[in-house]
Design a protein around this ligand. Structure first.
Ligand code: DCM
Length: 151
């Protein structure tokens, strides 16, 4: 009937950034990997306005994919490593197009990170984190990232 096709749930077909199953905005996930008092950062290749800036590596979750599964897949693709866990870090950042960017601490299980889709990788301590040029969105997470590094 007409009323069945006009439910209170937003129709995901008309809102491509919404999950049909959860009604939540699709996520872009970013992974914070810590080791020996340092945080792993990755240097973007593009787009031009972000090229050369440093970020927490990650990417778009697929429809219905959990944040942890998206992080496992993205960090395998981008760094060649296996990770587990997904502990939220800092605020969610609204992106153009209706997606939301969220950071998660993940644990490195195996593999040595390599820049498979970035210009370079680096491990920063708390002092270096203050100096390095992060992408604007990731700067919002500085207080919590600093705290994870013991500052
Ligand atoms: N993004 C970001 N910070 C990150 C990861 C991603 O600001 N740590 C943004 C850049 C893009 C979008 O999320 O606008 C999708 O990321 P990508 O281009 O890497 O797929």
């Amino acid at each position: 009937s007409a009323s069945e096709s006009n439910s209170a749930m937003p129709h995901s077909g008309t809102m491509p950034h919404m999950s049909a199953t959860t009604g939540r905005a699709d996520e872009v996930v970013a992974g914070a990997i810590f080791r020996d008092g340092r945080l792993l950062l990755a240097q973007r290749i593009g787009p031009p306005e972000l090229a050369g800036l440093w970020e927490l590596p990650g990417g778009k979750a697929e429809p219905g994919e959990s944040a942890e599964a998206a992080l496992r897949r993205e960090l395998r693709e981008e760094l060649g490593v296996e990770v587990a866990g997904a502990q939220r870090v800092g605020v969610g950042v609204p992106l153009d197009g209706g997606r939301v960017l969220r950071a998660y601490r993940v644990e490195l299980l195996s593999g040595e990170p390599r820049p498979l889709e970035h210009a370079a990788l680096c491990w920063v301590d708390a002092d270096e984190l203050e100096q390095i040029d992060l992408v604007p969105n990731d700067r919002l997470w500085l207080p919590e990232l600093r705290a994870h590094l013991g500052r």
